[in-house]
Design a protein around this ligand. Structure first.
Ligand SMILES: [Zn+2]
Length: 830
């Protein structure tokens, strides 16, 4: 059955109004299935009309509509027809449902550390029918009442507050009206920590084997949670609307986190079993704030249909960074946005698949799924920062509060949002939206200069080569004793196609001119040649870390556009990264240098030397006096880029805990990264990997071993990994597949890798039969990014010509193929 179409959702929403769901789950029926019994009370505006309910069971036991049994055999795919509705209806559906191993529906996980079993429900965007019968679309909201039967030693957490939970029998209070995609329940022998802030009960939950990590991280998590609640309560008139606020850390989660009202779910890697960098703490704080912002944007007021996904994600993204920066100790959070998130979005916005931020014509939920991308998040958030800069905070938040008040517990669309902001600001927000939300692509802001023979700046113009107006700052830096010292930051408004002179920076004698200094807008930048020379000479001497992030992103953009050679980029890295002080920037630059510049943009014959340059840089940072997080980021890169006798001996020492740089320790994550590197270099066989895994059983060992096994260079190892990836049964988890895919390309003779790359395209279309998550995982993680040959590009294009490809797979393959073409262009240019 194809995914729900927008046209069908529109008809159903016009017809029906849902008064409430009562969901009962029996989680005691063995490892494969659970029993789901749902009662839906709903009204129909046209008595006598027909509709349908979504339910995706292993076995539909019975369905009863208004006292009349429906024939279970009438189930068509995941739809059950509801004929002859009355004005008021009661539907009962009892079904046996499958537990998921791929995080789609009710995921079931057995912890390798202690054998304990856990479950959690992921219902977004259209997976709720795998958990309970429902009208699965965002604009049919209703209160949910959950009851459940679970093993006696389990704790359950859901959207509503617990009413009772003794002896395995659980009942939760009815929720406020919420969309079906926001339903969740988390269960198992959980370890929990409770607190309260401003009258709101708080809970943190994780599996038992992570009890020590949860206890260690709880103070910081509660601190960020409380600070974020306070800040959002200052910004919004409406208080947090969903009662208690629980945050559960769950295994094998496909996304970063999910904003279920009352019970946010995070991937449990965020509990940091290994030492973490400050950038990782900051990112987690941002995610906590992001998910909390969704309680208003998305949960309290929900997009009517998925084409307004940005109403959820762009706001949560913008507020996630803003609240983290304003209210928590992570005051530099915007550096992470500049250094990491924006690149994700810029890449997406320059591919053939780019789309407008809003109103992107999404017809089905399947199409919606592919737009959880850097455009809906990073670009949308950047557009909103422009809007805030233009309207001012007061008018912006007044408009938002009016919008919430108008649509409380309901749904809204782009025009509703624009109307509220137009009213609060008196400005033409519709024209702004036409420029910023209904167009696609990145504008370029170019600095044009005239200079005297000695290099002194005599004229400066900034040109907007794009189609949107930009409110930006132009930064000037003067070279003094080998350092770039700020001499001014001039705010300017540049209309599309316009040129703006910036005489103040001429008078100040700027050596380096940075368009979009402070990173307020969404644009590529191009510097004048003298400014670029100053960057090459003195980038690391710029004091402002957002400016450095903008310049590093600019360098990344130049290599991607084949305007800067990989060698020159690596030269910049080797010259300036050792003096970098932001671990956000260090992580991002080292990762891009290693995976993209070395791994994709250089042909195989040139990679070893280039990787050595990355390795030297990482080791220089390690030997430096940077902070703990920064040196930890460097240690990771040093581990991943180790090669040659001496470095491998050093790596073995680190993994044994010997001769580690001051203050650094090796946790399970880094240990397995190192073991995977040794395996890829042929230094670790199957028995050695098994022995390592037995030392400390747990999820890291399970996934680390899967990755290390696939990373071994021998043909037998590759054949085995290939079998796991393409022939494995439904019991192989999403995360085990991901780990195997991550290891697969880490080694192998170039001609064998090339042969596997061609085989990938023979097999990948068939992955769609295994569901969206597996198809995305294989389509993305296993894509042969490093094989930028004409044959591989042709093979990719042949698969893309198949009209039957699912939207998720098509987007993944098309985007990765765009990147292959880019790599070919870079290789061709240098
Ligand atoms: Zn989000």
């Amino acid at each position: 059955m194809p995914a729900l179409q927008r046209s069908e959702a529109t008809v159903r929403a016009r017809l029906l109004e849902v008064d409430g769901y009562t969901v009962d789950l029996d989680l005691t029926r063995g490892p494969d299935r659970f029993v789901s019994t749902t009662e839906i009370r709903f009204r129909c505006g046209e008595p006598g009309a027909d509709s349908f309910v979504d339910v995706d069971p292993a076995l539909l036991r019975r369905a009863v509509l208004n006292g009349q049994p429906l024939d279970p055999a009438a189930l068509d795919g995941n739809r059950l027809a509801l004929p002859g509705l009355r004005a008021e209806n009661a539907l009962l559906v009892e079904a046996e449902m499958r537990y998921s191993r791929t995080g789609e529906g009710l995921h079931r996980y057995t912890d390798p550390a202690d054998g304990a079993v856990y479950v959690y429900a992921t219902c977004g965007p259209d997976l709720a029918a795998k958990v309970f019968a429902c009208f699965d679309q965002p604009d049919l909201k209703a209160p949910f009442t959950l009851t459940a039967t679970a093993p006696a030693d389990w704790t359950l957490v859901g959207n509503g507050a617990k009413i009772r939970g003794e002896g395995g029998s659980w009942e939760f209070a009815p929720t406020k009206p919420i969309s079906t995609y926001l339903f969740t329940v988390v269960g198992g022998p959980l370890h929990s920590v409770h607190a309260e802030h401003d009258g709101i009960p708080l809970g943190l939950h994780a599996r038992r084997s992570l009890a020590a990590e949860l206890d260690r991280e709880a103070p910081e998590l509660f601190e960020v949670t409380a600070a974020s609640l306070d800040r959002l309560h200052q910004l919004f008139d409406e208080r947090y609307p969903f009662g208690e606020y629980h945050q559960a850390f769950v295994p094998e989660f496909n996304w970063g986190a999910m904003e279920n009202p009352g019970c946010v779910v995070f991937r449990d890697e965020m509990l940091f079993r290994s030492p973490a960098t400050e950038a990782e703490h900051e990112r987690r704080a941002m995610v906590v704030c992001h998910e909390m912002a969704h309680m208003w944007f998305g949960d309290l007021v929900t997009m009517r249909w998925w084409d307004d996904l940005w109403l959820n994600e762009s706001f949560a993204e913008m507020l996630g960074y803003r609240v983290a920066a304003e209210a928590t100790r992570f005051t530099g959070a915007w550096t992470g946005f500049s250094a990491e998130r924006k690149g994700w979005g810029y890449d997406a916005d320059q591919r053939a698949s780019t789309h407008p931020v809003a109103g992107n014509g999404t017809r089905s939920v399947a199409e919606a799924m592919v737009n959880f991308d850097g455009i809906s998040y990073a670009k949308g958030a950047s557009a909103l920062r422009q809007l805030v800069a233009w309207l001012g905070d007061e008018a912006f938040f007044a408009g938002l509060n009016a919008y919430f008040a108008d649509h409380l517990y309901g749904n809204a669309e782009l025009p509703d949002f624009l109307a509220a902001l137009s009213a609060s600001s008196g400005r033409d927000v519709h024209a702004w939206a036409d420029d910023w939300l209904r167009t696609s692509g990145v504008d370029t802001l170019r600095a044009e200069t005239e200079r005297a023979a000695d290099g002194t700046l005599t004229a400066l113009t900034v040109v907007n080569e794009g189609s949107r107006p930009h409110l930006v700052a132009i930064g000037g830096y003067r070279s003094e004793h080998g350092r770039l010292v700020p001499v001014g930051r001039v705010p300017v408004e540049i209309g599309p196609g316009r040129r703006v002179a910036v005489p103040a920076l001429v008078e100040a004698g700027a050596t380096l001119v940075v368009p979009n200094d402070g990173d307020l807008t969404w644009a590529k930048i191009r510097l004048d040649p003298d400014s670029w020379r100053a960057v090459e000479e003195s980038l690391s001497t710029v004091e402002d870390e957002v400016t450095r992030a903008v310049l590093w992103e600019h360098a990344r953009d130049l290599v991607r556009d084949a305007e800067l050679s990989p060698a020159a980029y690596l030269g910049l890295v080797e010259h300036h990264l050792p003096a970098e002080t932001s671990d956000n920037i260090v992580e991002r630059v080292l990762a891009f240098a290693r995976t993209h510049v070395v791994g994709h943009y250089l042909p195989p014959a040139r990679r070893a030397d280039a990787l050595a340059a990355v390795s030297r840089t990482a080791r220089a940072l390690l030997a430096g006096d940077g902070g703990h997080g920064l040196r930890l980021a460097a240690l990771r890169a040093a581990v991943e880029s180790s090669g040659g006798e001496q470095q491998l001996a050093e790596l073995r020492g680190w993994l044994a805990g010997k001769e580690l740089p001051d203050g650094l320790t090796v946790g399970p994550e880094l240990r397995w990264a190192g073991l995977a590197r040794l395996a890829a270099l042929g230094e670790l066989d199957e028995d050695a990997i098994a022995a390592e895994a037995a030392r400390e059983p747990g999820s890291e060992a399970e996934f680390g071993a899967a990755r290390a096994l696939a990373a071994r260079p021998g043909e037998a190892a590759k054949a085995r990994a290939w079998e796991i990836l393409f022939e494995s049964s439904e019991t192989t988890s999403n995360r085990a597949l991901e780990a195997t895919a991550l290891g697969f390309w880490a080694s192998g003779a170039p001609e064998r890798q090339h042969a596997y790359a061609l085989r990938f395209f023979e097999r990948i279309a068939g992955a769609a039969d295994r569901g969206d998550i597996v198809a995305r995982l294989l389509g993305r993680t296993l894509f042969p990014d490093a094989q930028a040959t004409p044959e591989v590009v042709a093979a990719a294009e042949a698969v893309l010509a198949d009209p039957a490809l699912t939207p998720a797979l098509r987007r993944n393959l098309a985007d990765s193929t765009d990147d292959l073409r880019r790599a070919r262009a870079v290789r061709g240019a240098f």
